[in-house]
Design a protein around this ligand. Structure first.
Ligand code: HEM
Length: 173
C-alpha cells in the first residue's frame, strides 16, 4: 500500500476463551475526544499516538452492512498517504442528512466521510496540533505511524527478557 515499513514482531498466543478481552472495549465511532482518550490511554497511547493511529483511515471504507456507517475517508483508499489529515484540515465537513448513524460528509463532493471520532481530532486542541503536523508532513506521519502501529501490534506479545528492551512500555491493564 506504499506506506512505511513496519518492523513489528508477531507472537500473541492463542489462549483459552476465558482469557479473552470482554466485549465493549473497542472504540465507539459515534463518541468524542474523551472516549478516544479513555480507550487508548488505557493501552498506553498518548494524544499524538491516537492521532497517528487514526491515519489508518486513509485506507478502506465504512460499510452499511457492517458498522452502519458508509463511505471512504479518502480518494485513494488502497494507498497509505497523509490525505486523511489533509482532507480533515482542508475540506468543509457537514453532517450527512440520511437515514443512518451520524457521520460527516465533505461539502464539495459529498463522496467522502468522517466518523464523529475522526472529526473529534480537529475539534480537540491537543489532537488538532498533530493533525496539522501530519497534514503538511507525510514523512513525519510515516515515521510516527510505523512506530505506533508496531506498538499496537506488539501489545500482549510475551517477549523474552532479551527481547524486552524493544518492548518500551507496559499497558496499564
Ligand atoms: C480511533 C478509533 C477508531 C474508531 C472509532 C474506528 C472505527 C472504524 C469504523 C466504524 C470502521 C468501518 C467498519 C465497516 O463499516 O466496515 C473502521 C474501518 C477501518 N479502520 Fe478504524 N477505527 C478506529 C481506529 C482504527 C485504527 C487504530 C486502525 C489501524 C491502525 C484502523 C483501521 C481501519 C481500517 C483500515 C478500516 C477499513 C476497513 C475496510 O475497508 O473494510 N481504525 N474503523
Amino acid at each position: 500500500m506504499q506506506g512505511p515499513v513496519i518492523p513489528w514482531r508477531p507472537g500473541r498466543a492463542d489462549r483459552d476463551v476465558s482469557f479473552c478481552t470482554p466485549d465493549g472495549r473497542l472504540p465507539d465511532a459515534s463518541k468524542n475526544h474523551d472516549h478516544l482518550r479513555a480507550i487508548f490511554n488505557r493501552m498506553g497511547f498518548n494524544d499524538q499516538e491516537i492521532v497517528a493511529l487514526s491515519g489508518a483511515h486513509a485506507l478502506g471504507r465504512c460499510h452499511t452492512d457492517r458498522s452502519g456507517f458508509d463511505g471512504p475517508w479518502t480518494f485513494s483508499p488502497t494507498v497509505l498517504t497523509n490525505d486523511y489529515y489533509a482532507l480533515l484540515m482542508d475540506e468543509k465537513w457537514q453532517w450527512k442528512k440520511w437515514n443512518g448513524p451520524a457521520q460527516l460528509e465533505d461539502k464539495k463532493t459529498k463522496s467522502l466521510m468522517m466518523l464523529p471520532t475522526d472529526y473529534a481530532l480537529i475539534k480537540d486542541k491537543s489532537f488538532r496540533k498533530t493533525v496539522e503536523l501530519y497534514a503538511r508532513d507525510n514523512d513525519a506521519f510515516f515515521k510516527d505511524f510505523s512506530e505506533v502501529v508496531m506498538k499496537l501490534f506488539e501489545l500482549g506479545v510475551p517477549f523474552t527478557a532479551s527481547e524486552e528492551s524493544r518492548f518500551r512500555f507496559k499497558p496499564s491493564e
